[in-house]
Design a binder for this molecule. Structure first.
Ligand code: PEP
Ligand code: MG
Length: 577
C-alpha cells in the first residue's frame, strides 16, 4: 500500500528512486565537573576537535570538483570561517576554565547563547543562520564524543537513484551528494531559508525539509517519489501514481531546460511591453547573483545587514566603501540603497530599542530621524557613493509628509556640509520611498510630488493593512496578499505613479512570486524587484503573458469579484495560454 508524507518543498523537481535512510540522531551532551589538574588537557581536547573539524571541511572543499560554481563552494567557506570565530572557539575555552566543565558542555552553553540571539531576530533569513551554527557545533561535538557519525557517505551498498532521507544535512554534505549520484533528499529538520535549502536549489536537486517522522515510516530500499514543489514523499506508489509522476517529471524537466535558456533573454510580454526585473540584495554573496540572473539592477539593497551583529554602527567611511564595492560589482547597473530599516524586528542593540509593540514602534525612518548621529553618516555615504554610479536612495516605512520633509531637509543640509568639506556628490541622486504603511499608500499621490520613485513593500504593507504581525506564527494564516484591501492599496499606488509619470516598482515578496505575476501585470506594474533566485520563473510568466489580454480581466477581478473568489480568479489568469 502506498503512503504519502509531507514536509516543506524547498527545491522543485520530481525524483523517482530508492530510499537511502541515514539517521544520525541528536547529539546528547552531559555536564561533567573536572578537577583543576585536568582543565588544560580538556582545553587541548577541545582545540584538537576544532582543528580536526577544520581539516575535515578543508578535505571536503578539496573534493569538490573544480568546475563547481564558486558560490556553491562558498557555503563551505562560511563554515570554515565560523571555526575561526572567537565566539565559537575562545568563549568555550573561557567557559571550561571558569566552570571547570567538560568541553562538550562548554560548547553546548555557547551554542544555546548564540542560538538565543539568532532566535530573537525577526528577519527570517538571519534566523535560519542558526542552522549553520548548529551544523558547525554538531561537527565539533561529534568529534569530541567520538560517535563515528561524521560525514554522510554514499558507499557501494547505496541503491542506484538514491533519495537520501536523513535528520539534517550540512551544506558540505549537500554539495557532495550531487557528486555521489544522489537524485534527491528529504530531511526531518531545517527550514526553507537554510543554506542547505538554498544549495539544493542552486544545484537543482529536488529536496524537502522539515519532513518529520520519515525515519519511522520509510525503509531502506523502498521505492519513493519525491515532489520538491509540493513537499510530498510517496512511498511504494501504485502504478497509476507512478505513471502520473513520470509524466509530471517529464514536464518539470522540460520546464527547467526552458528556464536554463531564459536567463539571457529580456523580460518582454507577448504584446511587446518590456518589463524591468530587479534584484533584492542583502549580503555580499547576493551581488554575484545579480549578474548571474541577468537582473537589470538592484531594486532593494537592505543596508541594515551592515549594522547587525556588531556593537557599534559602521561609520561613514566604512559605509561609503561598502556601497562603492556594490556599485563596482554592478558595473553600471542601477543600485537602490534603502536607508537603515532597523528597529523592531531587526534589532541592533536590544537594550536601547526595545518597546512594547515593536512593529508599530520606533523603526526604520522613525528611528533614523530620532537618531541623527546614526542617520547622517549614512546620508553622507550614500551621497558620496552616488558620484560613482547610478544610485537611488529609498526611505523605508514613511508614513506622513512631515517625515518626508524632514528627510529632504536633512539631505539638503548634508549636501551643503559635503560641499563645505570639498567632498563630491551627484546632484542626480534619485530619492524615493517605500510604500509599506496603508497611510503611505493612501498618500501616494501627495508623496510622489516630492519624490522620483515609489517602491511597494508588500511584506509590511500586508502586515499593517491586515493588522497581523508578519513574524507571529499564530496569525500567519491571516497573511493574505490577495485580500481585496491589499489589492486596492497596491492598485492606488500604481495608478498614482502612472498619473504623475513617476516610476513605481514592487520589492516585497509578492513581486517574486510567479503566482501573482499576471495579476500584477494586469494591474499595471512594470517593475518588479525580487530575490535573484526568483527572477527566471517570474520572467517565464511575463514572457508568456499579454498585458492587453490581462488588463480587462484584472479590472473585472478587482471590481466585480467577491473576495472569496479572488484566488480562483487568479488561478484562472495563470491558466490562460
Ligand atoms: C517589505 O516590507 O515588503 C520589504 C521589502 O521590506 P522588508 O521585508 O525588508 O521589511
Ligand atoms: Mg519592509
Amino acid at each position: 500500500m502506498s503512503l504519502a508524507l509531507s514536509g516543506i518543498g524547498v527545491s522543485r523537481g520530481v525524483a523517482i528512486g530508492k530510499a537511502h535512510v541515514i539517521m544520525r540522531g541528536s547529539v546528547d551532551v552531559a555536564e561533567c565537573s573536572l578537577p583543576d589538574n585536568l582543565i588544560e588537557d580538556e582545553i587541548s581536547r577541545f582545540l584538537n576537535a576544532v582543528e580536526t573539524a577544520r581539516q575535515q571541511l578543508e578535505a571536503i572543499r578539496q573534493r569538490i570538483p573544480k568546475d563547481t560554481r564558486a558560490d556553491i563552494a562558498a557555503f563551505i567557506d562560511t563554515h570554515l570561517l565560523m571555526l575561526d570565530d572567537a565566539t565559537l572557539v575562545i568563549t568555550p575555552v573561557e567557559t571550561i576554565r571558569e566552570l571547570h566543565c567538560n568541553a562538550e558542555w562548554a560548547l553546548k552553553l555557547q551554542r544555546d547563547a548564540v542560538v538565543a540571539v539568532f532566535e530573537q531576530m525577526d528577519d527570517a533569513y538571519l534566523r535560519t543562520r542558526r542552522d549553520d551554527v548548529d551544523h558547525v557545533i554538531n561537527r565539533i561535538q561529534r568529534l569530541l564524543l567520538d560517535t563515528g557519525q561524521g560525514e554522510i557517505h554514499i558507499d557501494a551498498g547505496t541503491p542506484e537513484n538514491a533519495i537520501v532521507l536523513t535528520d539534517d544535512l550540512t551544506p558540505a554534505e549537500t554539495v557532495l551528494l550531487e557528486h555521489q549520484g544522489v537524485i534527491a533528499f528529504a530531511t526531518e529538520y531545517g527550514g526553507p531559508l537554510s543554506h542547505t535549502a538554498i544549495l539544493a536549489r542552486s544545484i537543482q536537486i529536488p529536496a524537502i525539509v522539515g519532513a518529520r517522522g520519515i525515519q519511522h515510516y520509510i525503509k531502506e530500499g523502498e521505492t519513493l517519489i519525491l515532489d520538491g514543489l509540493q513537499g510530498l514523499l510517496i512511498v511504494a506508489p501504485d502504478e497509476t501514481t507512478l505513471a502520473y509522476y513520470l509524466e509530471k517529471q517529464k514536464k518539470e524537466q522540460q520546464r527547467s531546460s526552458e528556464l536554463a535558456t531564459i536567463a539571457e533573454k529580456p523580460a518582454v510580454t507577448l504584446d511587446d511591453i518590456p518589463i524591468t526585473l530587479l534584484a533584492n540584495i542583502e549580503l555580499p554573496d547576493d551581488i554575484e547573483a545579480v549578474s548571474r540572473e541577468n537582473a537589470s539592477g538592484v531594486g532593494l539593497y537592505r543596508t541594515e545587514f551592515l549594522y547587525m551583529n556588531r556593537s557599534t554602527p559602521p561609520d561613514e567611511e566604512e559605509q561609503y566603501e561598502r556601497y562603492m564595492a556594490v556599485i563596482d560589482a554592478l558595473k553600471g547597473k542601477p543600485l537602490t540603497i534603502r536607508t537603515l530599516d532597523m528597529g523592531a524586528d531587526k534589532e541592533m542593540d536590544s537594550s536601547t530599542l526595545r518597546c512594547s509593540n515593536p512593529a508599530l514602534g520606533l523603526r526604520a525612518i522613525r528611528l533614523c530621524l530620532k537618531n541623527l548621529s546614526l542617520f547622517r553618516p549614512q546620508l553622507r555615504a550614500i551621497l558620496r557613493a552616488s558620484v560613482h554610479g547610478p544610485v537611488r536612495m529609498m526611505i523605508p516605512m514613511l508614513s506622513n509628509m512631515q517625515e518626508l520633509r524632514q528627510v529632504l531637509t536633512l539631505l539638503e543640509e548634508t549636501r551643503n556640509s559635503l560641499l563645505r568639506n570639498k567632498l563630491a556628490y551627484s546632484p542626480d541622486l534619485k530619492i524615493g520611498c517605500m510604500i509599506e504603511v496603508p497611510a503611505a499608500a493612501l498618500s501616494a499621490a501627495e508623496f510622489i510630488r516630492h519624490l522620483d520613485f515609489l517602491s511597494i513593500g508588500t511584506n509590511d504593507l500586508i502586515q499593517y493593512t491586515l493588522a497581523i504581525d508578519r513574524v507571529d506564527d499564530e496569525v500567519n494564516y491571516l497573511y493574505d496578499p490577495l485580500h481585496p484591501a491589499v489589492l486596492k492599496l497596491i492598485k492606488m499606488v500604481i495608478d498614482a505613479g502612472k498619473s504623475a509619470g513617476v516610476p513605481v516598482d514592487m520589492c516585497g515578496e509578492m513581486a517574486g512570486d510567479p503566482r501573482f505575476t499576471r495579476l500584477l501585470l494586469g494591474m499595471g506594474l512594470s517593475e518588479f524587484s525580487m530575490h535573484p533566485s526568483a527572477l527566471q520563473e517570474v520572467k517565464q510568466v511575463i514572457n508568456s503573458s499579454s498585458i492587453t489580454l490581462l488588463t480587462p480581466l484584472v479590472d473585472e477581478l478587482l471590481h466585480h469579484t467577491t473576495p472569496d473568489r479572488i484566488p480562483a480568479s487568479v488561478d484562472m489568469l495563470n491558466s490562460l495560454n
